[in-house]
Design a protein around this ligand. Structure first.
Ligand code: PRP
Ligand code: URA
Length: 209
């Protein structure tokens, strides 16, 4: 079973409260999501391997650590995942970015794929699938399957908020994928929305509807 990590740093919890607030406007929503993505990037990169190099300080030479060149890829699920990319790139600027376009059919809640574009060396990279919302888990599973069917094997999933139902679906289907969340919420409602959640992430991010 993949690990489930809740990134519950006080600053993340604080910002998430305002992200949830229905009176937070589009500009502030975007900025807060961007900031939380940066804070979560710190946690999700915690296990990156290090190597030792020699550094010449003004005083002496010393052995010191650098990240050992593990190649990363960010794969936002369109649309809402886009809002977390820049925040992550602030900490890992050399990551490449792929895109997977999916939307939920509002009646069946099944994901519909409309776009996949990955870095040419995606199979060599640790890929982080990004989506603010993990509700039924259908979109996350479809994105992970789209990556695996193209030969990608090292995959993590990062979301702001999840319902327990969605976490279970992803863990069952993809036990090799570690999941990182800012919060694990209570449940899904009859329309497949996360409760308490934040509403429709894409609409709030882009000011649609
Ligand atoms: C939302 C969200 C996820 C998906 C989660 O996207 O950003 O991708 O729903 O739901 P699931 O776990 O039940 O699949 P939506 O379909 O609203 O598309 P959008 O980002 O283009 O608005
Ligand atoms: N997608 C969203 O944007 N919000 C939810 O609560 C569930 C799916």
């Amino acid at each position: 079973m993949g690990n489930l990590t809740i990134c519950d740093h006080p600053l993340i919890q604080h910002k998430l409260t305002y992200i949830r607030d229905k009176d937070t406007n589009t500009k502030d929503f975007r900025e807060l999501v961007d900031e939380v993505a940066t804070l979560m990037a710190y946690e999700i990169t915690r296990d990156l391997p290090l190597e030792t190099v020699t550094v010449h300080t003004p005083v002496t030479s010393a052995q010191s650590k650098v990240v050992s060149g593990r190649m990363l890829g960010l794969v936002p699920i369109l649309r809402a995942g886009l809002g977390m990319v820049d925040g992550m790139l602030k900490l890992i600027p050399s990551a490449k970015v792929g895109h997977i376009g999916l939307f939920r059919n509002p009646d069946t809640l099944e994901p519909v794929e409309y776009y996949v574009n990955l870095p040419s060396d995606a199979t060599q990279r640790l890929l982080i699938v990004i989506d603010p919302m993990l509700a039924t888990g259908g979109s996350a599973c479809a994105a992970i399957e789209a990556l695996k069917s193209r030969g990608c094997q090292q995959i993590k999933l990062m979301c702001l908020i999840a319902a327990p139902e969605g976490v279970e679906v992803v863990q069952k289907a993809h036990p090799d994928v570690d999941i990182y969340l800012a919060a694990l919420d209570e449940k899904l409602n009859d329309h497949g929305y996360i409760v308490p959640g934040l509403g429709d992430a894409g609409d709030r991010m882009f000011g649609t509807k």
